[in-house]
Design a protein around this ligand. Structure first.
Ligand SMILES: *Cc1c(COP(=O)(O)O)cnc(C)c1O
Length: 460
């Protein structure tokens, strides 16, 4: 017990000269809290019979914990996983034109709700929404904070207290806690399940429809597929039946692939992915989609379709709670303009989908060449990338650098510990770096991290 007195006072530790850069980087109060935790841990250890550490050792421990804290914020990383639109890695990388516009517009005040010409107040997002509606040939568009918010708003505004008919095959969970039945119940709508898990027909919807029916909801199954004895009504037939009964048909599309022309040039994995335009043409009255998935923009959600429905969403009090912010609008407008000009290569997510195998092969060979002798410990192999972002697709052929190593976990950790962390995947006991998801300009970071990981391995 006596030796516990050897533990220094918190203030004394925090004032240690070795910690001065951490005091200024984190602020004194944060460093004090970290120091308290370190000392408390040392006290616990001492009570269990451990030596009480010297002052220098405690300073070192505080330093380590504080360094860890410094690194734990939001950071730039390199996505070498081969999963495009990876939700854990921020989905679509922002186009350069979007970033430039954010800097230009948001460094000061902006005209977000002002018509500069007349000086009158105007509606937030009006410009972007008009552009989006034109792009997809819809009567109207509404942009909110994300797609989950758009769907919740749609169900609340159009169906609270009334019935929503959904196929049992589409009562899915997208991930991140987004489950269709839960969103429906939170909106105040009453879920009417129809059909079975594997088969639902138009008649199932029709039989469940009556005076209390507010709408029919169709949901993109996103990240899961069913094979075998399955049946799902085609959108044109379903929308004909809905129109015959005067019931709006809403489609939660998730992915938000926008342009058919771009789609044609996209990788085979997306051949069956419906575009927003196709859904509207096939008769959906309102289509919901994410702006940071296949659309390739900033986080956001859109509802496009019939003006009468979009207006009801806009008028709901919930719309204010899920409204889009100025950073998003500043990033979004240049992306919409790029779509309008058909400059799909300005959108990194689309570029990543379209890049050829030959180009990917050259990049991976470039990494190996730059690695010199270490390159011998790696192979160029054919792999399959995934679209991610709630779009299953069939997988996209890609090229990866494969590293055989006694400890793939340790090698992958070493890549993550690089100044710009490289996120790889481990498959069949190898560390794989898929070139499709590595952005142009990130090759140097990849090579530097690989070199460090190989050198660390050599020291083991
Ligand atoms: C991704 C997805 C959502 C959620 O979209 P967020 O923009 O992440 O809120 C909703 N529905 C479907 C079908 C999706 O794929």
């Amino acid at each position: 017990m006596h030796s516990l007195r050897k533990l220094p006072k918190i203030d004394l530790l925090v004032a240690a000269p070795e910690l001065s850069y951490l005091r200024s980087a984190l602020g004194r109060s944060v460093l004090t809290a970290i120091t308290r935790d370190v000392v408390a841990a040392a006290r616990r250890e001492a009570l269990e019979g451990e030596e009480v550490p010297e002052l220098a050792e405690l300073v070192l421990r505080v330093q380590k914990a504080a360094e860890k804290r410094l690194k734990s914020g939001l950071r730039r990383v390199v996505n070498a996983t081969g999963v495009l639109l990876h939700t854990n890695l921020g989905r679509a990388p922002l186009p350069a034109v979007a970033l430039e516009n954010v800097l230009r517009v948001c460094a000061g005040n902006s005209s977000i709700e002002l018509d500069v010409e007349t000086g009158a107040r105007c509606r937030r997002g009006a410009h972007a929404e008009a552009l989006l509606a034109e792009l997809v040939s819809a009567e109207a568009a509404l942009i909110v904070n994300n797609n989950a918010a758009a769907v919740l708003l749609g169900l609340t505004a159009l169906a609270a207290g009334r019935e929503v008919v959904v196929s049992r095959g589409e009562l899915v969970e997208i991930g991140g806690g987004f489950r269709i039945p839960d969103i429906l119940s939170r909106s105040g709508a009453i879920l009417i399940e129809v059909g079975t898990t594997n088969r639902t027909r138009v008649e199932d919807y029709e039989r469940a429809t009556g005076a209390a029916t507010a709408l029919w909801l169709r949901v993109h199954p996103s990240n899961f597929t069913m094979d075998g004895f399955v049946e799902r009504p085609r959108l044109p037939e379903l929308s004909r039946a809905a129109k015959a009964r005067g019931v709006p048909l809403l489609e939660d599309l998730g992915g938000g692939l926008l342009v058919p022309q771009a789609a044609e040039q996209l990788a085979v994995g997306l051949a069956s992915e419906p575009t927003v335009q196709a859904c509207l043409l096939d008769g959906a009255d309102l289509v919901f989609f994410s702006l940071d998935k296949l659309f390739g923009g900033p986080q956001g959600g859109a509802a496009v379709g019939a003006r009468s429905l979009v207006d009801r969403l806009r008028a709901d009090p919930l719309a204010r709670a899920v409204r889009v912010d100025k950073l998003t609008l500043a990033a979004l407008e240049p992306v919409l303009a790029a779509y309008a000009r058909r400059e799909y290569d300005a959108i990194p997510a689309l570029r990543q989908l379209r890049v050829s195998i030959e180009t990917l092969k050259e990049r991976v060979q470039g990494w190996r060449a730059a690695l010199g002798e270490h390159g011998a410990g790696a192979e160029t192999i054919e792999v399959t990338s995934a679209t991610g972002g709630g779009t299953l697709g069939d997988g996209i052929p890609s090229i990866a650098l494969a590293v055989w190593t006694p400890s793939p976990d340790r090698f992958a950790r070493c890549l993550r510990e690089h100044a710009v962390p490289i996120i790889a995947r481990i498959e069949d006991g190898r560390v794989l770096l898929d070139a499709r998801t590595v952005l142009p300009g990130e090759d140097d970071a990849v090579v530097a991290a690989l070199r460090a990981a190989f050198e660390a391995e050599g020291r083991e």
